[in-house]
Design a protein around this ligand. Structure first.
Ligand code: PXP
Length: 242
């Protein structure tokens, strides 16, 4: 497949810095507009149940002001479904969410949660929102995604990013195999979590991948180099890997 690999920039942690002081700055919407201008193909934001970073108002302003697609990351709850249906983002990525976790620590159990997810997937699809499931690179989860009829899956790259040496190569192969299986069955494949300048190239080289969602590293690097140059560099590394 190969071709252009989209970059979705996740701006959650601009809001983390803002919320650390309860001030109005830095504004994640301003960051989103700068990222888009610098070459991000889309913007991703996770409205967590505890609102620890992105707020309802941020989502409303993103939906209103963005000219690139908005990908709303959401837990599979009725509250989040209502918010997604109200704002009609381009895409909604269903993620597992536990209040005590620091970040999304594992993939969604699409296989075990079929009955809970099915009506949610139906409602989002009915509203013309492109639904994706954030899952581990595992054949069982992909088969479950197929049974749910989702058009997109996002493969969790967190484990790949944490491992080193041979163990990382094994995990990379798992991701590549999962991407091939999903694509073969007509599912669009995205990936993300923990990606940096140093580890992105082997992931970006997987030909079936169509989008990477990257946040924490980019926002951190932006402190040193500014958001636009950092987004441009990530874009260039992704393009070089194709
Ligand atoms: N994709 C999904 C589904 C996520 O939940 C996250 C983290 O919010 C990311 C991508 C981005 O991960 P990171 O911030 O580590 O780049």
């Amino acid at each position: 497949m190969s071709g252009h690999l989209r970059l979705g920039v996740n701006i959650d942690h601009v809001a983390t810095v803002r919320n650390a002081r309860g001030s109005g700055y830095p504004d994640p919407v301003r960051a989103a507009l700068i990222a888009a201008e610098a070459g991000a193909d889309g913007i991703t934001a996770h409205l967590r149940e505890d609102r620890r970073h992105i707020t309802d108002d941020d989502i409303a302003r993103l939906a209103d002001q963005l000219t690139v697609p908005l990908n709303l990351e959401m837990a599979a709850t009725d509250e989040m479904l209502g918010i997604a249906l109200r704002h009609g983002p381009h895409a909604a990525c269903i993620v597992p969410e536990r209040r005590e976790e620091r970040t999304t620590e594992g993939g969604l159990d699409a296989a075990g949660q079929h009955n809970h997810l099915a009506p949610m997937v139906r409602a989002l699809k009915g509203a013309n929102i492109r639904v994706s499931l954030f899952i581990e690179p595992d054949a069982r989860q992909i088969e479950a995604a197929m049974r749910l009829g989702v058009p997109v899956v996002e493969l969790h790259t967190g484990r790949y990013c944490e491992l080193e040496g041979e163990a990382r190569s094994v995990e990379l192969r798992r991701i590549a195999d999962a991407a091939a299986l999903a694509a073969k069955n007509g599912i669009e494949v995205h990936a993300g979590h923990g990606l940096t300048f140093d580890n992105v190239a082997p992931i970006a080289a997987i030909p079936q991948l169509q989008e990477l969602n990257i946040g924490h590293f980019l926002i951190g690097e932006a402190i040193f180099d500014g958001l636009a140059p950092v987004v441009r560099r990530m874009r260039a590394l992704m393009d070089d890997a194709r």
